[in-house]
Design a protein around this ligand. Structure first.
Ligand SMILES: NC(=O)c1ccc[n+]([C@@H]2O[C@H](COP(=O)([O-])OP(=O)(O)OC[C@H]3O[C@@H](n4cnc5c(N)ncnc54)[C@H](O)[C@@H]3O)[C@@H](O)[C@H]2O)c1
Length: 254
């Protein structure tokens, strides 16, 4: 899928991975719409890159529908959709005080799984009506964001890891299903990235985390995630795949 002049939707575009991706894709000539429940943050990024910002809670079907339509009105129907909206949701299943509230678990899954699913299904629904493009007769590409916690969830990551495991498992069936109308589905599973989501970490925790990454022994840069997004967009052979981006890190139990 070519980037130049192509309408792009990025959820969670106001911060971290979504914002970095927005900058890289806009620099490549894409028309970028940023969806975030934090409109101020999305507007700041949109202003920098000449994109459009929309307030959107990805857990709301109605909200996602309305905002995808508004983004299509501004830029044309999105052919590239990147799901970066997500929450961390740390906590043990069981402490001496009792077990994790099911409502907490549900909230993490609602944002990370149902939110990504809403954007995936509703944007794919719109994509199937767009004309085919290029020699591959493609219509679009959707990239979800998993995490290496999907594979090696640490103690305290049960809800988050379960949500990211669902994103991993969604990739292949969605790619198989959408193949008939030329839409690819992939996911990226990053290790710890230097974004506001991990910025709250005390210095010593950060240093010891960095030391566990075989090479390069540091946090992943948001720009490295964005570069992989750009490559997946431009390489039509990548489909139904979850790509780890983690410097060979395999997380320990804690
Ligand atoms: N930072 C990391 O180390 C890391 C590692 C692996 C995976 N990830 C995943 O990457 C994605 C992006 O993470 P990040 O580090 O950029 O986080 P971030 O907190 O910097 O940005 C997340 C953005 O999502 C938005 N958001 C949250 N809930 C939303 C909702 N319901 N509707 C719309 N927007 C919502 C927030 O407002 C924020 O702007 C997440 O899915 C995260 O789980 C992050």
């Amino acid at each position: 899928m070519e980037l130049k002049n192509t309408p792009v939707v990025i959820t969670g575009g106001g911060s971290g991975l979504g914002a970095a991706t927005a900058r890289v894709l806009a620099a490549g000539g894409a028309k970028v719409a940023l969806l975030d429940r934090n409109l101020d943050a999305a507007e700041k990024v949109a202003k920098d890159i000449g994109g459009a910002a929309f307030e959107c809670d990805v857990t709301s079907e109605e909200n996602v529908k309305t905002v995808l339509a508004a983004a299509a009105k501004a830029h044309g129907g999105a052919r590239i959709v990147i799901n970066c909206a997500g929450v961390l949701g740390a906590g043990r299943i069981l402490t001496r005080e009792g077990s994790m509230a099911a409502s907490f678990f549900e909230t993490v899954l609602r944002v990370n799984v149902v939110g990504s699913f809403n954007v995936l299904r509703l944007s794919a629904e719109a994509m199937q009506g767009l004309p085919e493009m290029g020699s591959d007769k493609e219509r679009g590409v959707i990239i979800n964001t998993a995490s290496i916690a999907a594979y090696e969830g640490q103690i305290g990551q049960a809800a988050y890891a379960a949500s990211k495991g669902a994103i991993v498992s969604l990739t292949l069936p969605a790619a198989r299903e959408f193949a008939r109308f030329g839409v690819r589905v992939n996911a990226i599973a990053p290790g710890p990235v230097d974004t506001p989501m991990v910025a709250g970490m005390p210095d010593d925790v950060r240093a010891s985390l960095e030391a566990t990454v075989p090479f390069p022994p540091r946090l992943i840069k948001p720009e490295e995630y964005a570069a992989l997004v750009k490559h997946i967009i431009e390489n039509n052979a990548i489909n139904g795949e979850v790509i780890r981006l983690d410097g060979a890190l395999r997380m320990a139990p804690k």
